[in-house]
Design a protein around this ligand. Structure first.
Ligand SMILES: Nc1ncnc2c1ncn2[C@@H]1O[C@H](COP(=O)(O)OP(=O)(O)O)[C@@H](O)[C@H]1O
Ligand SMILES: Cc1ncc(COP(=O)(O)OP(=O)(O)O)c(N)n1
Length: 266
């Protein structure tokens, strides 16, 4: 008898150093024991020093990837990462309407924590109008939440206002990842759920340079847990622990800003 794993799909850019993008997603899927597939949207040439070049894939090619997966697999949940520009967003939105790929974890990747822009400036409105209303859960980081809502995040009430604004844009659930800087004691993420519940998820801040791909891995873990039948709340809680352990137990890879450890969480 063949083993069977829930099938999941990332729609993301390839990051050549393996720390972020589709590679981080697939590592997370493997670690969380689901079968991972990828629709690549772009190829990024990067290493632990930063991103050196980037090439978007064509809408026709992205369509072909979606069609190949849809023709053969039953995807239980999917997630997005780097979507590059308006054309790619529209291509992805059309495909998500055409086929049933299950709940959508929308990670609105705009800028990396080292300042590389991964989404064209004129694409924000397209992201807001097409994909945010389709999101089962939206997972912006501190900067992305401010950019999408226009609300400056200075305290808990601002997180609540931004969460509400993102729910009003059509996302069913929202997780805003908290700011993290040197000398901080805790990193607190804010979650507002479809049923009106709010969660504040805090873990100690970890001082390390090995944090590439944290956001990708978090959203990939949420996607994997949803595919396994977990509730949104339980998937978020597992993902927060998964990423925390992955940061807390670094691996010695790269000379500057390294990857997290996808094998750490048990
Ligand atoms: N240095 C850190 N110490 C503890 N938790 C962290 C640290 N950096 C990120 N996190 C956590 O990792 C997860 C991903 O968040 P973040 O790094 O903000 O995403 P992104 O990669 O999209 O910017 C969040 O749960 C956040 O709280
Ligand atoms: C190809 C590619 N996609 C996404 C990212 C950014 O990853 P993310 O986890 O959102 O952010 P960082 O933690 O890496 O800043 C990337 N670098 N490359």
């Amino acid at each position: 008898m063949l083993n069977s794993f829930p099938q999941v799909m990332t729609i993301a850019g390839s990051d050549s150093d393996g720390s972020a993008g589709a590679q981080a997603d697939l590592n997370t899927f493997f670690a969380r024991e689901v079968y991972g597939m990828s629709v690549l949207t772009a190829c990024v040439a990067g290493n632990s020093f930063g991103i050196h070049a980037s090439q978007a894939l064509t809408p026709d090619f992205i369509d072909a990837e979606f069609e190949a997966i849809a023709a053969d697999f039953k995807v239980r949940a999917c997630k997005t990462g780097m979507l590059t520009n308006r054309e790619t967003i529209l291509t992805v939105a059309n495909q998500l309407k055409k086929h049933d790929f299950g709940p959508l974890v929308l990670d609105p990747v705009i800028i990396t924590k080292h300042g590389a822009l991964l989404l064209a400036d004129d694409a924000f409105n397209t992201l807001k109008s097409t994909l945010i209303p389709m999101a089962t859960i939206l997972t912006p980081n501190f900067y992305e939440a401010q950019k999408l809502t226009g609300i400056e995040l200075n305290g808990p009430a601002d997180f609540q206002a931004a969460g509400k604004a993102l729910l009003n844009m059509g996302a069913k659930n929202v997780m805003i990842k908290g700011h993290h800087t040197t000398n901080q004691e805790f990193v607190t993420d804010y979650v507002c759920l479809a049923d009106g519940q709010e969660l504040w998820l805090s873990e100690p801040y970890i001082e390390t340079t090995h944090v590439n791909g944290t956001g990708d891995s978090l959203s990939a873990c949420i996607c994997a847990e949803i595919a396994k039948g977990q509730s949104i709340e339980s998937a978020i809680r597992t993902a927060k622990q998964f990423v925390h352990q992955a940061i807390a137990n670094p691996i010695n890879v790269g000379h500057k800003y390294g990857p997290i450890n996808h094998h750490a969480y048990k």
